[in-house]
Design a protein around this ligand. Sequence first.
Ligand SMILES: Nc1nc2c(ncn2[C@@H]2O[C@H](COP(=O)(O)OP(=O)(O)OP(=O)(O)O)[C@@H](O)[C@H]2O)c(=O)[nH]1
Length: 345
Amino acid sequence: MQALLKCLVDITCQRDHALLDSSVVSALHELVGAQQVRVHELVRFREELFVRPRVWIANGKIESTEDGLTAEHHGEPITSFPGLVESISQRKNSVEQETPDGQHVLWLPVWLNDKVNTCLEVTHSRPFNGDMLRVIEGILCVYRNYQNILDYSERDSLTGLLNRKTFDEKFSRLLSSAGADSAPQEEGDRRQGPQQDIGQWLAVVDIDHFKRVNDQYGHLYGDEVLILVANLLRSSFRAQDRVFRFGGEEFVVLLRSTTLADAHRIFERFRTNVEKHVFPQVGTVTVSVGFARISMETPVVILGHADQALYYAKANGRNRVCHYDELVSSGQLHSEVSNDTVEFF
Ligand SMILES: Nc1nc2c(ncn2[C@@H]2O[C@H](COP(=O)(O)OP(=O)(O)OP(=O)(O)O)[C@@H](O)[C@H]2O)c(=O)[nH]1
């Protein structure tokens, strides 16, 4: 009883998804004597679902995959885990399986509004008995409720995108984990051509003449446009990219591990997706995008570069995508740090 209470206290004092995952893994390991506990995330890539371990316990030590910009690995196709497929397709809370080497594996999808983004995998040397299952199900309920609360504080209530507070908290961490990937290339790598020049990219997206939408159609239609643009953002980028509502009609996208040519193509595709979309009552809406490479500079500088490219796009016709380095090298923009965003960091 005391061990259970201690685990509940540990779980409910967390203010961060990664720490919450770790405390749930430790709790299940301790309370049911599980040999292995893993938290997986389900990632959709090219219409296929993949299972990617996020946090697990190995030899009594908690391990995790960093939420890094370089996290390109999609994981294993979900079809490699028949127990998980069965639990999701039959909308079960858990499915137990015995492996060929006599281990017992319990798959537990974390259902949130009929959707599963996360699941737990608990492995034990013995079959799970009633007491163990009751403890696991109780911890799973606390985990689900707490994930809901954390989601609520990390997300913008209108669009459901990650909010600016989350960006401020996470960007420095994402930058440090992207450090190695963003380091300047060696001469030998550079000779392989621009296709090898993989980078991480930050874009600031702003709806054009949004004030006119509010003034002409009212705030309710303005809000509807924000929600629809947020949906287009979600569907235009990959699961491992991150999209934030930064405030008002401004959004920030972190695009992971791609070349400059692809970054251009991806942001252009998003821009045309918005341009082609028919917004109820309002009709056509366009967006301007400024983007910059995520370098070893500080977050303020990187955000400032993307902002400068955005202002250039706004001042030069709107409904376009501009890249900071290209504007600087072509002499259209002078290299200087915008101080507009300094207050955030
Ligand atoms: N409906 C709605 N409007 C918002 C929200 N947040 C900010 N706005 C409005 O967004 C508008 C932003 O206007 P401006 O900054 O002048 O920019 P703009 O009209 O988009 O013009 P450009 O950016 O120069 O193309 C203001 O009218 C704000 O009131 C929101 O949550 N809902």
